[in-house]
Design a protein around this ligand. Structure first.
Ligand SMILES: [Zn+2]
Ligand SMILES: [Zn+2]
Length: 460
């Protein structure tokens, strides 16, 4: 780099530090060759004008570029105009690299947080991020996996379609609406639809019909979590119905204890198991509902042929006192029998989407009021890569990694790079420090060396 500002075409003339803001005064060296009004080439300088641009943070400082912009007068038309500048966005009053910094960081951090580090208002960060994420969203083109998960999640008050690579535990895409047309349009963009061998869906008939139509080689599997959840909900309805006639104190106790009913027995503590037995002894209908729920859950642990027998005998085993609550489950079992039982041949569940659902909630919460496009870009940026451990993205979302030595935004340890930071203010020395992936290219010594080599070749 030729000076600490390191911007192509710009020459640093002065700099000053005020608190946590570093201001770089600079001039743009390239002069215009023609009048911007008439194209005339007889120009002379006619004073200057100072304009300040926000720049990407540097060594913990919010950086400003204070440009001394030359004004020219044209001898032909007599008009004046300002020197056209490179590397800045005039309408945003920021440098191009600042906009890039914002666009990248806004995928992982809240707008408020990014705004604070850059030293500009949140509204500007929001505008830059939205623009960039719109572009990103338009160019996002995933590849169809062998096992496609079709699911939904609630974002900004509406159900959105979520498409996942079930085996790769990877988010493929997120679409604004959950309807047949949206899914059909998404599937149509792929030519290699024959490559999909399994589709996991929830029990929504239009998905199944579309899959049959557009994914001819795919077996449709109902995600067992959806159907298992129905059994849990049926049991809950029985408990809630019975609670209505109890004293408020008992009702509250039941609400506190419901976790014992919902968990599998092998996940209970000794004490919980004892309390649960007491409860079931006193409440025969809850006991009936609990037994039905457990029988249904247990079905998925059986070998296939036993499971099919248990599945077909299940309706008869549900006691009549709790049958009304189990009706939705029994109906679904009848209507989706082959798709539910297909799980025994294709042991895929879209548990990844389930965990994704929980974690996108955090992103949505952190970005309340953000548009769907912004949230989608953010979620794709965080989950678009193969995910091995759930912990991986949980950590990302906590937003409390190690602060980057340059921009101050937190970053996961494995995404940090060791670079040499140049001194910015008096008293600072060159230091080796860890910076985030967004800041790293600016200090990439490899790049600088390569650049020097090529320039030596050119001149020598
Ligand atoms: Zn002119
Ligand atoms: Zn950084």
């Amino acid at each position: 780099m030729k000076d600490i500002l390191d911007m192509e075409g710009w020459s640093l003339t002065d700099k000053r530090t005020e608190g946590l803001v570093e201001t770089f005064s600079a001039e743009y060296v390239h002069e215009p060759i023609a009048c911007s009004k008439c194209g005339g080439i007889k120009l002379y300088r006619h004073g200057t004008k100072k304009t300040t641009y926000a720049d990407a943070p540097l060594r913990g400082f919010a950086a400003k570029l204070e440009a001394t912009v030359r004004r020219y007068r044209c001898r032909d038309c007599g008009e004046t105009f300002l020197q056209p500048l490179g590397g800045v966005l005039d309408e945003r009053r920021m440098t191009v690299r600042c906009a890039e910094f914002i666009a990248k960081q806004a995928l992982k951090h809240t707008f408020v947080h990014v705004a604070r580090e850059v030293g500009i208002d949140e509204k500007t960060v929001r505008a830059v991020a939205a623009e960039r994420m719109g572009e990103l969203g338009a160019t996002h083109k995933p590849r169809l996996p062998k096992v496609l998960g079709i699911d939904e999640t609630k974002i900004a008050g509406e159900l959105r379609l979520v498409l996942t690579d079930v085996e790769g535990r990877r988010l493929l895409d997120m679409l604004p609406a959950r309807d047949k047309g949206t899914l059909a349009a998404w599937l149509w963009q792929f030519k290699d639809r024959n490559a999909v061998k399994v589709v996991t869906i929830d029990m929504w008939r239009p998905y199944q019909r579309l899959a049959a139509e557009l994914l001819p080689n795919a077996v449709v599997v109902v995600d067992k979590f959806h159907i298992m959840r129905m059994a849990g909900e049926a049991m809950d309805r029985v408990r809630i119905r019975l609670a209505k006639v109890k004293q408020p104190e008992v009702r509250r106790h039941w609400v506190r204890s419901k976790v014992m009913l919902n968990k599998r027995p092998h996940n209970l503590t000794e004490k919980q198991r004892f309390n649960l037995e007491m409860w079931l002894d006193n409440e025969p209908e809850i006991a009936a509902a609990y037994r039905a729920k457990e029988a249904f859950y247990g079905l998925f642990d059986l070998p296939k042929d036993e499971a099919i027998r248990a599945f077909d005998g299940f309706a008869a085993s549900v006691e009549s006192s709790v049958k009304p609550e189990f009706k939705p489950l029994l109906t679904a079992m009848r209507n989706w029998r082959s798709e539910i039982l297909a799980v025994f041949d294709h042991k895929y569940t879209n548990a990844f989407t389930e965990s994704l659902n929980n974690l996108t909630k955090h992103i949505v919460k952190a970005g309340r009021g953000y548009s769907f496009e912004v949230l989608r870009a953010r979620i794709l940026a965080n989950y678009g890569d193969p995910v091995k451990e759930p912990l991986f993205f949980e950590f990302l979302l906590r937003d409390d990694g190690n602060p980057c030595a340059n921009c101050g935004l937190p970053c996961r340890a494995e995404d940090m790079h060791l670079v040499t930071l140049p001194p910015v203010t008096r008293g600072q020395r060159t230091k080796r420090a860890l910076v985030c992936g967004v800041c790293e290219p600016r200090f990439n010594t490899e790049k600088v060396i390569a650049h020097r080599k090529t320039s030596t070749r050119k001149t020598g």
